[in-house]
Design a protein around this ligand. Structure first.
Ligand code: SAH
Length: 346
């Protein structure tokens, strides 16, 4: 059993079931949330022994390696899981706080043509405590006197969060728990390639998180070429699900659009995109594609990105071009883990 999968009340129940006084639960829970190992937590020796006898581990992650950008202080992390698997994440600093990008799976089975995370397929889902463990490890690694380092979270690391729905939802509840890390749902974004029934299920939860769709193409034909998920769900029903999310939650949604040179970055594409999302409470995030060696696709030039943005804005769409962070330690989604794994093989 893994302790970080448990909520505060479940920890209370556990401590009581082991015959220990309830107040120890708070010490145990807070110690875990601070990233301490069981041995380091201020609880009785008896409780430590009981936890060990019953096979409890923390179930979090350990920082395996980190890379700090000299340009903007962005930090890329490789974490090690208790079973030896490696995942990655990145901490980005902004004026309003710091955003941690977390992984939800080891690898991914969605097969997007441009993405490094999916190249080796899906190894396994992360448990809720392993997703939470990334936030805890980074907070501990960046300990400042009063505040926790991580103020915002994006579920945009390796993996498809809606393909690991139950653990993702449990993570969202754990990380926003007032007795724990207590990050508001409003400071959390979840990005999906578009698993339509799960988008609708998530909408019904009314959690207050921001939902992003990785759109990347304005027609079914073009999207099928780069994102296999669109063979299962047509663009129209995917966009309808996003409209449903807005209706149910009252939250503005985001469309991620990675610009691929001479492929999806033409004026015609911009016009089709604008038409597709017309009259919707939404925002478009443009990202020049981060070229992944294996995919053979390359990102659009600054000039083409600026033009694409102009076309959309002319149609009244709200747009930002995502700033590149940590250019000197860069690597697209999943590249760090891949380069680590290929080094291992050699
Ligand atoms: N599976 C989820 C979340 C993980 S991917 C999703 O598909 O949204 C996080 C974001 O990075 C997605 O928008 C994804 O399309 C994008 N991405 C992946 N590889 C990229 C690359 N090489 N360049 C730019 N964006 C990329």
């Amino acid at each position: 059993m893994k302790l970080l999968n448990l909520s505060f009340s479940e920890i209370e129940e556990l401590v009581e079931s082991l015959g220990e006084p309830k107040y120890r639960a708070k010490q145990l829970y807070q110690g875990l949330q601070m990233g301490k190992k069981i041995e380091e937590i201020n609880i009785s020796k008896d409780l430590k022994a009981l936890l060990a006898q019953n096979g409890y581990t923390t179930g979090g992650v350990e920082i395996h390696e980190k890379f700090v950008s000299k340009i903007d202080g962005t930090i890329k992390y490789l974490y090690c899981l208790e079973d030896g698997n490696i995942i990655e994440g990145v901490l980005m600093h902004y004026k309003h706080g710091s955003t941690l990008c977390v992984s939800t799976q080891v690898g991914c089975r969605m097969g997007c043509a441009f993405c490094a995370s999916t190249i080796g397929g899906l190894v396994r889902n992360l448990e809720a405590g392993e997703i939470l463990g990334q936030v805890i490890a980074v907070n501990r690694d960046n300990m400042t006197k009063k505040e926790r380092a991580v103020t915002n979270i994006v579920l945009m690391g390796s993996g498809e969060p809606l393909d690991n729905y139950d653990n993702t939802l449990k993570f969202l509840r754990l990380v926003s728990c007032p007795e724990g890390i207590n990050i508001s749902m409003r400071n959390i974004s979840l990005s999906t390639c578009g698993i339509v029934p799960k988008i609708k299920e998530l909408a019904k939860e009314k959690l207050g998180i921001t939902l992003s769709l990785s759109l990347h193409a304005p027609t079914d034909e073009m999207r099928k070429d780069i994102m296999p998920i669109s063979k299962a769900y047509a663009l129209e029903e995917t966009i309808d699900a996003m409209r449903y999310y807005v209706k149910e939650t009252g939250r503005r949604v985001v469309f991620e659009y990675a610009l691929i040179s001479e492929k999806n970055d033409t004026k015609e594409c911009a016009e089709k995109l604008a038409k597709l999302i017309r009259n919707m409470q939404c925002h478009v995030n443009l990202i020049p594609l981060n070229s992944v060696h294996e995919s053979g696709l390359s990102g659009s030039s600054g000039n083409r990105v600026a033009k694409f943005r102009e076309y959309l804005e002319k149609d009244g769409i709200s747009v930002t071009v995502r700033r590149e962070m940590g250019a000197d330690i860069s690597g697209a989604c999943g590249q760090l883990r891949r380069s680590y794994l290929s080094k291992e093989v050699k």
